[in-house]
Design a protein around this ligand. Structure first.
Ligand code: BGC
Length: 403
């Protein structure tokens, strides 16, 4: 199986509905954006809802063999139990276009946003949330099953939980609410497991996974026992606590890596502190640390299921660091494959500049620049560099003897 890898290694880019489509006005994020005039509204976003053919044609032109996108649940099920025929037709058009372009499709069912009717019932802390999600997954599988290669149930449940129930910056804006966080975590886990079973009952050969966010944790002082314990504890909490509970209901794992952290133990509360990296950073201030990805790939190899990098990228408005970033992270991926780790694809985040949640439109993650005034697209030089790097990577993989 692994020997065939070099022929089938998938690569491309990812997007999510609310961040690119525009006018997703029936979900919790839209409500959050309107609730305070200081917040940026996602508004038209990148108008991908209307421009998807042009955008996907650009991805194809750049050589991408796979693409990841998400469904906007609130468009498909605007009221509980009501399935919108126009929204189904729209997503069938998008997915059919990808098939016409001969690209593999990774489809995410839930990328952070939830319909307002679901929020009103309590969101992910609602007792019937997993059943409601399962029924959405059933209809999605029935409606799009013939056009999807990989299903991702939930995007970064760990980010959703920490931002929504601990930091309190994102909807549902609950700060340090441990009980609600644990409750929502259990509901997300149940929702994943139930939708995994449901999708398989409709499409027995489906590939279904989940996509956690990964952070590389390193001790601030290499030989300090406290720092090492702090790094290990953080690694377990962020990267594994939730994945451990869903891995048996996954045909693959989608790994999403952006940066690493240095942990230092302190005698007094809060006991763990972050220490700065002396490495270059992205426009988000995130340190660029490819070895953090290596560390996590080695950890995740122990789950013994195929791995795909479903997000990796950076905000870089001047496009001065993107090529090197991609090159360095793909060097890590190549090395990991040569070590025998079963990694089958890489999707850059993101195909297009987009709405970066609470940060608005400032950060520029796209391989393709979007002028939000005219909706004009401009391919960044790094997008062509990505194509060249990928050709080298695929070539190197086919020449090397993968175990
Ligand atoms: C999310 C994306 C986000 C990206 C960059 C990931 O956490 O899945 O929605 O835009 O990181 O912050």
């Amino acid at each position: 199986m692994k020997a065939e890898l070099s022929n089938t290694f998938l690569w491309g880019a990812a997007t999510s509905a609310h961040q690119v489509e525009g006018n997703n006005c029936n979900n919790d994020w839209w409500e959050w954006e309107q609730a305070d005039p200081k917040r940026t509204s996602s508004g038209q976003a990148a108008d991908h809802f209307n421009c998807f053919r042009e955008d996907l044609a650009l991805a194809k032109k750049l050589g991408h063999t796979a693409h990841r996108l998400s469904l906007e649940w609130s468009r498909l099920e605007p009221k509980q139990g009501v399935w919108d025929a126009n929204a189904v037709a729209h997503y069938r058009d998008v997915l059919s276009e990808l098939k016409r372009l001969d690209m593999k499709v990774f489809l995410t069912l839930n990328h952070f946003t939830i319909p307002l009717w679901f929020t009103k019932r309590g969101g992910w802390t609602w007792k019937d949330a997993p059943q409601a999600f399962e029924s959405y997954a059933r209809r999605a599988a029935e409606s799009f099953g013939d056009l999807v290669d990989f299903w991702i149930t939930i995007n970064e449940p760990n980010v959703y939980l920490s931002h929504g129930f601990w930091i309190g910056q994102w909807p549902p804006e609950q700060k340090k609410r441990l009980f609600s966080l644990l409750n929502a975590a259990n509901q997300l886990i149940r929702a994943h497991r139930m939708s995994y079973e449901m999708i398989h009952s409709i499409i027995p050969r489906a590939h279904v996974g989940i996509a956690p966010s990964l952070i590389g944790y390193f001790p601030a002082r290499t030989n300090n026992m406290g720092d090492n314990l702090a790094a290990r504890y953080s690694d377990w909490m962020w990267n594994h606590a939730l994945v451990n509970r869903v891995a048996s209901s996954c045909d693959f794992l989608g790994l999403q890596y952006y940066f690493s952290r240095k942990r230092q133990f302190t005698i007094s509360p809060p006991f763990i502190q972050d220490k700065p990296w002396n490495s270059p950073a992205t426009d988000m201030g995130w340190p660029i640390v490819p070895e953090g990805l290596m560390k996590e790939l080695r950890h995740f190899a122990s789950y013994n299921i195929p791995l795909y990098i479903t997000e990796n990228g950076l905000a870089d408005a001047t496009d001065s660091k993107r090529e090197q970033f991609i090159r360095d992270h793909l060097a890590v991926v190549t090395k990991a494959i040569q070590e025998g780790i079963d990694i089958r694809g890489y999707l850059y985040w993101s195909l297009l500049d987009n709405f970066e949640w609470a940060e608005g439109f400032g950060p520029r993650f796209g391989l393709i620049e979007v002028d939000y005034n005219t909706q004009q697209r401009t391919i960044r030089p790094s997008a062509y560099a990505y194509q060249r790097i990928m050709q080298e990577v695929v070539g190197r993989l086919s020449r090397s003897s993968v175990p």
